[in-house]
Design a binder for this molecule. Structure first.
Ligand code: DWN
Length: 409
């Protein structure tokens, strides 16, 4: 596919990361035969959407064995509890006001909404995490959100005051279908709130590891405005948030329902200044990605030549792009992760063993690559002992750098 998924304009090829597996397809054995695809991005200079050129079918990514669980980070649990509070405080005023969450994963946000006594439903296509939500008493539809699903909800008289999604809307290839679905079940004064890794952050931080099979679009206000105007919808507010290394929360309503906020106008202005609507920005971004690939190889080869042991922290989805594109699997002994679904497996294509947290605590390694860099604050707070024992962290966002204890004090 070389044309824009939204407006059919010819795409400009930006990144070519090469052959890539499914980012979350952690393997039970080494050298397992795996599905791969060509990971490339393109920019549309008509509607300004930065996007994947090809994406694997959704069933290959979201299924019974989906590896990611929201509850893997204490900070993220707190974040979603705060989201529930924000929704309840700002948008729920009537006992009939209810909330739909698209892609509710293991139900952290809805659990809190339920505690507030607000009616709610979750939609989640990955059966294993959907079951976790059901186990805590939530009503879950185990399916992909679509216009068809929305029509079924409408037939059952389900209209929502708030439709919320976190790190989900960038996973959906058919945004036209999404918008049609939203307009069917959003109350006239309803608000569609969603938060996603923010394109401005990705460009500023060179965080190209956010680019993998699941993330088909990388949003900013400039491109979303072009999409929503076709559906009588508009963004009236936006809020920059810290999650996933820099995300944007968008507040969307039917056109003219709510006044546009000052912070929305400011963000839009910043996007224009950053030239998110210009090809040159993306071509420059690709050059930065190539530089990071070069730098990480130099750094790791040098450390290995000096007989240092190198491990990784956090078998994130993002790390699949980073490790395979930079081809650094050969330098890394193992990656430590706290998720049961990943422990004792191997990273997709690069075959690095994933070990439990105690392996990280017990082994003596002087350099650790922080693949879960978006959780840096939480992790550095927890790992003071590693620093005290002379450990060093290697980060690669926004540039390759070794961080020693002195640097964060
Ligand atoms: O959009 C998506 C976002 C929401 O989450 C999905 N497509 C998949 C996923 O992306 P990710 O895997 O890059 O997310 P995280 O949150 O960066 O993953 C963190 C990983 O690190 C988890 O496997 C848990 C692990 N971890 C750890 O081992 N120790 C995390 C923390 C905070 C820790 O202390």
């Amino acid at each position: 596919m070389t044309n824009c998924r939204l407006c059919n304009n010819k795409l400009l090829l930006i990144n070519n990361f090469g052959e890539m597996p499914i980012a979350n397809a952690f393997q039970n054995k080494v050298n397992n035969a795996q599905f791969t695809f060509n990971l490339q991005t393109g920019f549309c200079n008509k509607c300004f959407m930065f996007q994947l050129i090809d994406q694997p079918p959704p069933e290959k990514m979201f299924h019974q064995d989906y590896a990611f669980s929201t509850r893997s980070s204490m900070f993220m649990i707190k974040h979603f509890q705060n989201v529930a509070k924000m929704i309840k405080t700002n948008f729920i005023s009537d006992p009939d006001d209810n909330v739909l969450e698209i892609g509710c994963n293991d139900g952290v946000m809805l659990e809190q909404i339920q505690k507030y006594g607000v009616k709610n439903i979750g939609v989640e296509p990955s059966a294993n995490v959907a079951e976790k939500s059901q186990e805590i008493g939530l009503e879950i539809i185990n399916d992909f959100f679509s216009e068809e699903l929305a029509l079924n909800m409408k037939n059952n008289s389900n209209y929502f005051k708030v439709i919320y999604a976190s790190n989900v809307i960038c996973h959906l290839p058919d945004l036209n279908d999404l918008c049609k679905g939203i307009t069917k079940i959003l109350k006239k004064d309803g608000i569609f709130i969603f938060e996603e890794p923010y394109l401005a952050s990705i460009i500023k931080k060179n965080s190209f590891d956010q680019i993998y099979d699941e993330h088909v679009y990388f949003y900013c206000i400039l491109s979303l405005n072009n999409l929503f105007q076709n559906y009588n919808l508009e963004i009236f507010d936006s809020e920059e948030i810290w999650t996933h290394g820099g995300s944007m929360r968008y507040f969307v309503s039917f056109k003219g329902k709510y006044p546009k906020t000052e912070r929305f106008r400011n963000s839009l202005h910043k996007e224009v200044k950053l030239k998110l609507d210009r090809e040159e920005t993306y071509l420059n971004f690709n050059k930065n990605c190539e530089k990071i690939k070069y730098d990480i190889n130099q750094t790791l080869a040098d450390l290995k030549n000096k007989n240092n042991e190198i491990v990784g922290y956090g078998a994130t989805s993002k790390s699949t792009t980073f490790i395979n594109y930079c081809d650094i699997g050969k330098y890394i002994n193992f990656i430590s992760d706290t998720s049961h679904s990943k422990i004792n497996k191997f990273t997709p294509l690069s075959n690095i063993p994933i070990k439990d947290y105690s392996s990280f605590q017990e082994s003596c390694h002087s350099f650790t690559i922080l693949f879960a860099w978006n959780h840096m604050k939480e992790i550095f707070k927890k790992e003071t002992e590693y620093f005290d024992n002379g450990g060093n962290w290697i980060v690669y966002v926004p540039e390759v750098k070794i961080i020693s204890k002195e640097e964060i004090e």
